[in-house]
Design a protein around this ligand. Sequence first.
Ligand SMILES: *Cc1c(COP(=O)(O)O)cnc(C)c1O
Length: 393
Amino acid sequence: MAEDPRDWEIETRAVRGGLMRTEHGEISEALFLNQSFAYESAAAADARFAGGPGFIYQRFGNPTTQMFEDRLALLEGAEACKACASGMAAVQLSLMGLVRAGDHIVAGRALFGSCRWILSEWMPRFGVETTYVDATDLEAWKNAVRPNTRAFLVESPANPLLEVTAIGAVAEIAHAAGAKLVVDNVFATPIFQKPLALGADIVVYSATKHIDGQGRVLGGAILGAADVLTEAYKDMHRHTGPALSPFNSWVLLKGLETLELRVRRQTENAGKVADAIAAHGKVLKTIYPGRPDHPQAAIIANQMTGGGNVVAFDLGSREAAWRFLDALQIVDISNNLGDAKSMATHPSTTTHRSMPEAERIAIGLTEGWVRMSVGLEGPNDLIRDVSRALDGA
Ligand SMILES: *Cc1c(COP(=O)(O)O)cnc(C)c1O
């Protein structure tokens, strides 16, 4: 009997999922740098345009992009995947496909800055309003529902406070309201959290983060059931043009081969670095989803199989946070995450500077808050670098 890739272990899926070999039998996946495709006959062109198998135009699909989509879908345990040019293209499409003028969205208030911009600045132009809630408070989700609520959006763990939301419970509230739950799963990665299995309808990724993981290309993806992807997104994706380039698809496809290995090692490193940070006298508070003192540790135990590679901590003041960052010798000051190289950032003056101060205070984002993405360097070097910088903070 032929092997069914859906029965494979995750490591096998990562390396072999979606592989589409040409007649040359190439081992590494081919990069199809092709916009268009020729048809054997006018009738064959007619058949493809009628929805038959085969490629037509890069904006609709491309063999390398399809390999990336099929491999990521297999890793996620999703029926279908649509690759996008960036994580933000994926988030924006995932929401626009679900709502119409007059609809309402409920979203966790700790969101990636650009996601908040879409909800607060862009969607209202089309008559779509958003209510923000404390994503850890189930009553708040319930109370925010209106008769016209069509979508819930949550990031879990959320940037930059690493709050965790009970995805299954929020999915139930969404479904009872007739809405779909979209989960931005960047921080957990497909290795540690499977939102669809927990009840979510749609998962979005910025593939720019761990999936590339080596600081090269932008990319994104929307995953879910085949009927949801077709109904909500297929035509929109085709006609509005957020297609992922074949070259970036190829880079990300190769990234998926080592995703599991990299994320597990980064997470091992992050656990050690988080413990060193938490034990340091200059640190007021440390949040890491892999530590038992995380405020939502019970939910994490239920829905995640690893803490991920991001650690966040409070040094009490902007001055202390900046002194810490400026004293780092190995870890870079940068706002990306999931990279092989460790990096740290000061959210309130970078990624979250456009959030009004009152809201930053409301979500607990202090001036002393630092977010660190732990990479693949040796853990002892990282602990030495971080500890020395903390001494000087
Ligand atoms: C980076 C990020 C995005 C946006 O992804 P891009 O690839 O930069 O467009 C969205 N959500 C989260 C949680 C992110 O970290």
